[in-house]
Design a protein around this ligand. Structure first.
Ligand code: PLP
Length: 432
């Protein structure tokens, strides 16, 4: 049998770090990444013949669980009709209708293949529509590997950012203002200084890439108010939260009820049910600035790919209220179980929550985590031993403390019980 260790050695000789996306290399938790060969329901299976209850769910897309028969049949039927035509197909409109039906603030939608493309296009569109150049983002929010959105956290109120990755030019980084999350005063100050140049504020609807951080009461609504006052657009990134925390994403749990809407949304992950689909959508007046109607160019050979559309249509059609209720309930139970296991071992922590998404932050019980600085100053070293203990007990957690835990409709009692049984030893490992 070829083991994960053999496969990793081979992969490292062929691909940088042996991976095609960095966090998969287990860099922050150490050890050998498990090479996965199949997945069914709530479980993933590795090349070493072991199975794990999966709390990564492909980083979000597997809302219904893995290899759901109805989704697979829709995909198989689409495959039988051909893989890609480079022309319009009926399922593109079917998926757009499902999205618009769920998120009424979306009037027009453009399908792309990755979340990165969605946010990249959204900021190009915002600049084209407003004829302004600056973008505001928040430290610790991840919007994909778009050059200008990789800008690192700056200190102070409105630091003109330094590049957050080699290869991003200083000129590009200087077009992004990086502000502390959950700090409306910083946003007001940035607009007071640079208002006429700011094209858009982009924010994760609820951040889940510095661990989960709950937007403070009125924060997103405040962003809506300030951007509107200054003629800038508000882009709400729901690549991770969209169709995962509820039928209309995190905005559906908050903004829709409060009666405000962003100008543009970005979606990804669940929208494709595990196939490469993402999208941007919003007000028709703005979206129609995109080619072929408008002057902002965007295109894609594989955009709206028929097999990917079939997976998206089948997944969203099955994402009923009952699915969300199940995931909400499991998430509440699990986060309580994690918290009590850690408390039993005296491990200081806080559970960070946004809808059914949660993560654990170590050593933060007094202050919680409200922004990137809070997230970075936690006792992150406790996560590696916790993670490996869970892995040894057959539970596959995100291999980084800065990621959310994902559940699915397939997480039944048997899967949950395996997680609960694993927690005491993991909590003990975190304590040492
Ligand atoms: N935006 C958010 C909020 C994300 O979480 C991610 C990916 O995790 C992206 C954008 C980028 O999406 P992709 O990895 O599909 O490019």
């Amino acid at each position: 049998m070829t083991t994960s260790e053999d496969l990793f050695a081979r992969a490292r000789s062929l691909m940088p770090g042996g991976v095609n996306s960095p966090v998969r290399a287990f860099g922050s938790v150490g050890g050998t990444p498990r090479f996965l060969v199949s997945a069914r329901g709530a479980y993933v299976h590795d090349a070493d013949g072991r199975d794990y209850v999966d709390l990564v769910c492909s980083w979000g897309p597997a809302l219904l669980g893995h290899a759901v028969p109805e989704v697979l049949s829709a995909v198989h039927a689409a495959v039988d009709r051909g893989l890609s035509f480079g022309a319009s197909t009926p399922d593109e409109a079917a998926l757009a209708e499902l999205v618009i039906g769920r998120v009424p603030a979306v009037e027009r939608l453009r399908m792309v293949s990755t979340g990165t493309e969605a946010t990249m296009t959204a900021i190009r569109l915002a600049r084209g529509f407003t004829h302004r150049d600056l973008i505001v983002k928040f430290a610790g929010c991840y919007h994909g590997h778009v050059d200008s959105l990789l800008a690192a956290a700056g200190s102070g109120l409105a630091t003109l950012a330094l590049p957050g990755s080699a290869g991003v030019t200083a000129a590009t980084a200087a077009e992004t203002l990086v502000l502390p999350y959950n700090d409306l005063a910083a946003v007001e100050a940035a607009f007071a200084e640079h208002g006429p140049r700011i094209a858009a504020v982009i924010t994760e609807s609820a951040p889940a890439n510095m661990g989960v951080v709950t937007p403070g009461e009125g924060f997103n609504e405040g962003l809506r108010r300030i951007t509107a006052e200054h003629g800038a657009l508000l882009i709400v990134d729901e690549v991770l939260t969209g169709f995962r925390v509820g039928p209309a994403g995190y905005w559906g749990l908050t903004g829709q009820r409060e009666g405000w809407a962003p100008d543009l949304f970005t979606f990804g992950k669940v929208i494709g049910g595990g196939m490469p689909v993402a999208a941007l959508g919003g007000r028709a007046e703005i979206m129609e600035y995109l080619a072929p109607l408008g002057p902002v160019y965007q295109a894609g050979t594989l955009s709206g790919n028929p097999v990917a559309m079939a997976a998206g249509v089948a997944t969203l059609s099955l994402a009923t209220d009952a699915v969300y209720a199940h995931i909400d309930a499991r998430s509440a139970e699990l986060s309580e179980a994690v918290s009590s296991a850690l408390s039993a071992e005296g491990v200081d922590h806080s559970i960070q929550r946004a809808g059914s998404l949660f993560s654990v932050a170590f050593g933060t019980s007094e202050r919680g985590v409200h922004n990137y600085a809070d997230a970075q100053t936690q006792e992150a070293y406790r996560y590696g031993p916790f993670f490996h203990s869970m892995l040894d007990s057959g539970v596959y957690l995100p291999p980084s403390v800065f990621e959310a835990w994902f559940l699915s409709a397939a997480h039944d009692d048997a899967a949950m019980n395996r997680i609960y049984d694993a927690l005491p030893a993991a909590a003990k490992a975190a304590a040492t």
